[in-house]
Design a binder for this molecule. Sequence first.
Ligand SMILES: [Zn+2]
Length: 455
Amino acid sequence: MRYPQIQTDRSTSLAAAIATALLAACGVRAAAAADAPAAPALTALQCGHLIDTASGKTLGATTIVIEGGHIKEVSSGVQSPTGAKVIDLSTQTCMPGLIDSHTHLTGETSRTGYIDKFHWNTADYVVRSTLYARRTLLAGFTTVRNLGDQENESVALRNAINAGIIPGPRIYTAGRAMGTTGGHADPTNSYRNDLIGDPGVSDGIINNVEDAVKAVRLHYKMGDDVIKIMPSGGVLDESTSGDNAQMTLEEIKAVVSTAHDYGFAVAAHAHGAEAIRRAVLGGVDSIEHGTFMDAEDMKLMVEHGTWYVPTIIAGDFVARQAKVPGYYPAQIAAKAAAIGPLIQATAGRAYKAHVKIAFGTDAAVYPHGQNAHEFELMVEAGMPPMFTIQAATISAAQLLRHDKELGTVTAGKLADVVAVPGNPVEDISVMKRVSFVMKEGVVYKLNSVPVDTAL
Ligand SMILES: [Zn+2]
């Protein structure tokens, strides 16, 4: 909870003193509760190596000087600027903070996930989301694009992280995903008749152009950052098809043109080839999953400059869980077994076809914090290790439209820096052992240990 007036409003000093005393009595430090973790004035990161994500080269010893929340200077060699707190990363490889372009921080897979929906309130999801956010940050992901929640609660999570109340990645959120009746975004699929109801625009369900326009405007009103649509069927909902086309071209175009008016990018969950084709022709900014993407889709995506976010780890995880009896409802298990294993090969073909690829994992479909396994799966699919690191930094920053502040270690950008104990270009698995995490000048992990003062 924040009590900003306690510190800033002198006219209520008595009330402030009482409130502070009450907080102290409860074991809460008002300053700690209210303040964002402070970045030291000047910090020098002495990196053994630095990955230059713009050139795709690994540089030798490099010193990154941080002032407040920004990168002040990047210079080769080991430097110790006067007055700077020095952090020795001489055995590490530094790189920009990682970006996951597809997360769901307010939920997580579990055997009871489908029953929990009937017992849990949004608050139950939100409380857990604070833990998922912390795990994600400590895994080296300093920024995420959150593509779907229950009732826009990821906005509260984002705001609490931005205010320094809880640790977590910088979030750009879509709030609730948008789809059509009975489709992948419909929250009441498969319920018994008296519970099905008729979800509408405020539930994320649109069925014509007017609905589409209003739904985007509602997201604007509710403080979201990006729009997520479901033009195809999906795996983890209880309906028959995982890949059929579920939005018309006109509906997609209406979403996209309204979204672009408001400065939103549009991410499209799409497995089926026809749904992908419509989404690309409709002008979306990225295709998520893309399982049955065919050569024509890939050609169209290159022509339109559409990004692809494969989420191979999600396909891999659901295919394995589908074999565990009772983990998913039967209909979902069947779709997971059929669709999950195919994403990796599609991602490999898309790379060869020069489709723009940004790193994203669909975190929540698998346990939060394991995001970096995606790097290994991308490399297995045929992508060079450096390409996968660029996909999670400079490319993902471009997809987010925040490449001016994120994605490279460059003077003037936000001081998001992570390090790994080895050379990821030779051994990509080292990305799973992020040893140092700095977000906006604040250190959250040092020598592989979470930094409690920042947490
Ligand atoms: Zn997703």
